[in-house]
Design a protein. Sequence first.
Length: 469
Amino acid sequence: MTKRLIHSVLAAVALVGLGGCYQDDSSGPPRGRPLVRVSLTDAPFPYDSVTSVNIYVVRIEASTQLDTSGGGDWVLITEPRKTFDLLGLQQGATAFVGEGELPAGQYQAIRMTIDTSLSSIGWGCCNTALVNWQNHSGSSEMQLYAFVEHPFDVPPAGADIVIDFDVGRSFLYAFYGNPDFTFIPNLRAINSAAAGAIAGKVTSGDTASPGPIKNAAITVCFTGDFASCDQAIVATGRSDDTGYYRVAFLNAGSYTVRIDPDHPFLQSVITPNVQVTAGATTPLSVVLSQPTGPYVRVSGPSSVGIGGTITLYAAVGDANGNPIPNPSVTWTSSDSSIAQVVGVSDTATVTGSQPGYATITATSGGLSGSLTIQVVGSPLPVATVTVVPDTASLVVGQDSVSFRAELRDSTGRVTTERPVSWSTTDSTVIYIQPSYGGIQTFVRGLAAGSVFLRATSEDKTGQATVTVH
């Protein structure tokens, strides 16, 4: 297992409507509905010793309803009943899944059903990793919901719809302290007709070791009222052996892009206001430079489950910015009741104790660096969803208001690392800033009126009343 443990990786399911350009080779009557084609794509998985991530896709469906609680008018698009190895697909390459007809209309949700008994992660040449699927359906079939931030239209001529399946954030190793992968699905759906991409090369500015940087983590974040990029992750990627990366299936708009090197002695680069245009690829190449002065940097996973452990690393540089081997480092936690830390030199182990946030700090030579860790609660399924606050008043055109979804299991314990879908009963009254599965979102008033703001996680829904003046 490499030191690059928990990073985010992009995988996607692309639903491609052939529309009026499609010609059926059969001699039967012409189709009366748009034909939809389904494909899969993936980016590098951040575990060097993992050789396969096999997902058995049973079926894919769409619904015109906002609710993802299991009811609704789900329409079958395709039923491939086939295994796909996501590691065989890199940098936007696709694999054909199947195709089917979809009635014209405006769709609010996408549902993918997988069979966990036929899905697996491979270690090395011939071993299978343990996976905690957290499947509480009572059968081997598990339903996954793609979060549609904005409804997409399927006109009579057809449409291109993309389901973005974030594999790196969906499979977390040793998350609850056990030697297995915990499955926490992260999916979103977009209309690819309005989508573009960001691509470029990552190179080193270090004169001692110039050249391309492979395994650099690319994080694309929504530009909005967020304290950090981690609170608004849209999609992720990773550079290949040549330093090249490509993050596709991004809605047109403005994003913040953070590029973190696999080399701890190089500086990360954050680029704000990266504009993505539909149907185009925005070039963004960066040079990661070596510091010219002293530094302490902490890197590693930013979340852990209760009872689980993660490993953090501290990179320490001297007055000239040169890396110091085997540095003397003191590790502390801002709240040991939430996360405990034990460190030796530049390496520390953090154990999750109870849900919440704690800042882990590494100090060396009078300098310090830190990383905020989220400790995730119960592994039990979500039993209730409460939107906080439950009421709010907005003025058209003024600042946005923050809402969060409070998720609890059947024992009343709070759980946090679960994807949440946000929706409204009237999108002409309020605008929900994309949260891409996050428990927090921001709402702006568009027109006078009163609507419900709804949060759904694992088939459970809570709501708040929002009044706009």
